[in-house]
Design a protein around this ligand. Structure first.
Ligand code: ARG
Length: 827
């Protein structure tokens, strides 16, 4: 609002001093003052004061006064609010949870009761020590309190003290707090003596075992429920008799449940899960977490279950005499429910001395610790084998596990020291045999994983060092022996592809016996023979009836449900036509060496954004599911579905027709950081709808038998880098036509090609996927029905587009049954 005062011409400075200036307003009928009169005040004080008092209560003044009062009240209220509410809200409360072992103290049964005087006096003593430590540390300003939440017995003597530390920090200062810094303060306060060479030192009055310290950041919800300061269900259950199963039947009624299991001293706990009901979402809302302690300490997680199951039993073993289970849920409708039992079992001494008999063959078994339970993250087993003859070595046969030479990256699934050589263990889906060419064999197995691992059972026995496989047999890289006749027969009998490597390439000009020898090439929609003979006369024509399918051209074939089963059954492929996958809707008239794609040319192409930037590609399989590469989701941060969004129906980066968050990521269970089994399914939080079908379409999944033949041409697409040296991806979707390279050629360059990988590119280089394209499609078009199918998923490569180093893709047909297991409705 404009005021008259502002319109007044400027006055000399002295006239504007408060003592001799007054403000007069026109009083007539509440009209606003039109002008300001300045006058000298000498001798007019009284009348002026009266006039002033009168003027003060005039209407316009009342408004000003009222506004001023309102303003003062608002300022005071704001300050009070800021001091008492906002200032408090602007602080973060950080919770740390940890444990250490108190040596030289006997456990008393009274410590189990938190209100017993023994517990109270012991915990007060410990809390005082921790208070002194943290109040004199660099974090003293922020330190609030410590609480001893449990004192338990320990199989190796002394007490285990479980505690919480609470810090209140101004918002944004939390980053200066790290688990290691907070734990180092306590550890550094322990005085150890170099002389007595033990890990036990003195923390003021307490004898603390330095090696036992663990501390991690904790959650407020865990803090409140484990210290009894909040709601939530909590149980302390004891397995206090040997040989008895104690039933567990728990529902997380209030969203979170903490169940502490305690075994007899000197024993460990085995938890067996019979069934569990949960909403599957990568443990974001629903989870069952097993801890190797009584408190939810992240670094002591034994296992985490994120999906429901009720088919097979799963059992887990602790390393000490206690275990904590937390059952969490955010769902109101479907409460998670756990059904199982727990028991106290003896601590196991695994390993032993074994003298084998004189014969050749497998004769006994060595199990993983606590077999058939999952084995815990910490263990050592040592077996010493002795054969009866210098010519006999030891063979170890595994059903789902393989021992390979150790690489620089660590071993996530156990490491082995066999006669002084180091090896890593990996899970696999086939049998393997590991042979040690020595009559005396020392085998050490060390559990080395973050979580408990699937059990294994290795068969052992003698083998003839000079003839590992019987005569007429071939030794696969996996160690198993197959008959010579099974080599180069087009079937992967070794399960690692080694019997099909270095074979002569199957004849292109097929002779009459071709179809018998290479039945995997027949009627698969791919012309393997030059003359297309393998794709002719594929089906027997039968009379049309209820048990047959009518192909176009009035031919009936034996298969009743041939329509859209992803297998080409009709000679003309008509059974797979107009099914809803692999169709480009709008017909349009770099990747490395590529060109701009047309809008909607690759309607199954998806861009996956991590923390708001393009990171990987994926392909649309259905309204709700995508397929991508497992390595895109490797590690704690990338595996959290909440950090990802899927951009569908997109041509120019950032301009998608449909964007949604990711609800769930299913990484192949055999994927372990080495690009084998590099495949993952993603469930979208919301489905795309039919109105988007001009821009979004699913691609077909090839059936297991449909192998893409070398030399055929397919397309790789993505928004990844266009040159190896580029620093960012492309804005427009790129496409490049690449050629399928045969397995043997690819193996000869890379060596590391598993049967679940296919290579594509140009031997001369130049056309390839690159960083940022991972997870995206390698799309091939089927000749018979013109449909596009997903032959590969961009996985890895040496550089990008280098000569002789083609791109390596996960071979999707190898995962057809894995995909159908999770998505039975997919075509
Ligand atoms: N792993 C890469 C990614 O993050 C894909 C590499 C593909 N490289 C290749 N030369 N084909 O996107």
């Amino acid at each position: 609002m404009e005021t008259p005062m502002e319109k007044e011409p400027s006055k000399p400075e002295e006239e504007l001093s408060v003592s001799n200036v007054s403000l007069q307003m026109d009083s007539a009928e509440g009209k606003p003052a039109k002008r300001r009169v300045l006058r000298k005040a000498h001798g007019q004080l009284k009348s002026r004061k009266k006039a002033k008092r009168r003027a003060l209560w005039e209407f316009p003044n009342k408004i000003i006064l009222f506004t001023a009062v309102l303003f003062v009240i608002a300022v005071i209220t704001w300050s009070l609010l800021w001091v008492f509410i906002f200032r408090i809200e602007n602080k973060d409360v950080l919770y740390f949870v940890g444990l250490f072992r108190l040596a030289n103290v006997e456990f008393l049964p009274e410590y189990r009761q938190r209100d017993s005087k023994e517990f109270v006096s012991m915990s007060e003593n410990i809390q005082q020590v921790m208070n002194r430590v943290y109040k004199t540390s660099t974090f003293s300003k922020y330190y609030k309190l410590s609480i001893v939440s449990d004192i338990s017995s320990n199989n190796n003597g002394g007490l285990l003290v479980h505690f919480w530390l609470v810090f209140v920090v101004p918002q944004g200062k939390g980053q200066t707090f790290c688990e290691d810094c907070i734990s180092a303060i306590l550890k550094d306060s322990v005085q150890t003596s170099i002389l007595n060479r033990t890990s036990v030192g003195s923390l003021q009055s307490l004898a603390v075992d330095m090696d036992s310290f663990v501390l991690t950041i904790g959650l407020r919800s865990d803090y409140t429920s484990t210290t009894g300061t909040g709601l939530g269900c909590a149980y302390d259950l004891h397995a206090d008799r040997l040989g008895q199963r104690f039933p567990l039947d728990v529902s997380a009624v209030s969203g979170i449940c903490h169940i502490k299991l305690i075994a007899l001293l000197g024993h460990v706990l085995r938890l067996t899960i019979v069934s569990i009901q949960l909403t599957a979402d990568n443990c974001i809302t629903d989870s069952l977490t097993l801890y190797d302690s009584l408190m939810p300490i992240k670094s002591l997680i034994l296992y985490q279950i994120c999906e429901p199951f009720n088919e097979s039993l799963m059992s887990f073993v602790s390393t000490n005499n206690a275990m904590l289970l937390t059952l969490k849920s955010a769902q109101i409708k479907l409460l998670p429910k756990l059904d199982g039992y727990f028991e106290a079992i003896p601590q196991e001494q695994c390993g032993g001395t074994i003298s084998t008999t004189a014969g050749i063959g497998f004769e006994g078994k060595i199990p993983s610790p606590h077999y058939p339970s999952y084995y815990p993250p910490k263990c050592i087993c040592i077996w010493s084998f002795q054969t009866h003859h210098l010519r006999l070595g030891i063979a170890l046969k595994f059903q789902n596990y393989v021992i390979r030479a150790k690489t620089i990256s660590g071993c996530d699934h156990g490491w082995w020291k066999i006669n002084q050589q180091m090896y890593c263990g990996y899970y696999t889906d086939h049998q393997t045999v590991f042979r040690i060419a020595s009559p005396t064999v020392n085998v050490e197995f060390h559990c080395s994983s973050k979580l408990s691992q699937e059990p294994f059972l290795a068969e052992y026995g003698n083998y003839n060092i000079s003839l590992p496989c019987p005569a007429g047999h071939f030794q696969c890289t996996s160690g198993i022996c197959i008959q010579q006749a099974q080599r180069c027969d087009g079937v992967d009998d070794c399960f690692d592809g080694s019997d099909e490597l270095f074979c002569a390439i199957p004849p292109k000009d097929c002779n009459a016996s071709f179809s018998n020898q290479h039945n995997s090439f027949v009627c698969n929609g791919v012309n393997d023979c030059e003359d297309g003979r393998d794709e002719q006369n594929c089906t027997e024509s039968v009379p049309c009836n209820n048990n047959s399918f009518r192909c176009s051209g009035n031919i009936c074939i034996k298969k009743k449900n041939a329509k859209c089963d992803t297998l080409v059954d009709c000679p003309d492929g008509s059974d797979e036509r107009s099914c809803s996958c692999g169709m480009k809707t709008t017909f349009q008239k770099r990747i490395i060496g590529g060109s701009d794609a047309e809008e909607s040319e690759w309607p199954w192409q998806v861009s996956l954004h991590f923390a708001e930037s393009a990171y990987c590609g994926a392909s649309v399989l259905s309204k709700e599911w995508l397929l991508s590469a497992a390595h895109c989701f490797q590690g704690d941060i990338l595996s959290d579905p909440r950090s990802w969004t899927a951009h569908l129906g997109m041509h120019v980066q950032g301009k998608a027709k449909f964007v949604t968050s990711i609800k769930r990521i299913i990484v192949h269970e055999r994927y372990s950081n080495n690009f084998d089994y590099d495949i993952a399914l993603l469930q979208l939080s919301s489905s795309w709808v039919d109105t988007m079908k001009h821009f979004i379409q699913p691609i077909c999944i090839p059936p297991a038998a449909q192998k893409v033949s070398s030399g055929s041409k397919c397309w790789v697409t993505g928004w990844g880098r266009r040159l190896e040296a580029d620093t960012k991806g492309s804005t427009i979707l790129q496409k490049a036509e690449v050629e399928i390279i045969d397995q043997t050629t690819c193996y000869s360059t890379y060596g590391l090609i598993s049967p679940r990988m296919i290579c594509a590119g140009l031997i001369s280089g130049k056309r390839d996927a690159c960083k940022g394209d991972s997870g995206g499609p390698l799309s091939c078009q089927r000749k018979v029905d013109g449909k596009w199918y997903l032959a590969g998923i961009v996985s890895w490569g040496y550089g990008c587009g280098r000569p002789n180093f083609p791109g390596v893709y996960s071979s999707v047909s190898n995962f057809a049954s894995w995909i159908h297991k999770h998505l039975p409705f997919i075509l």
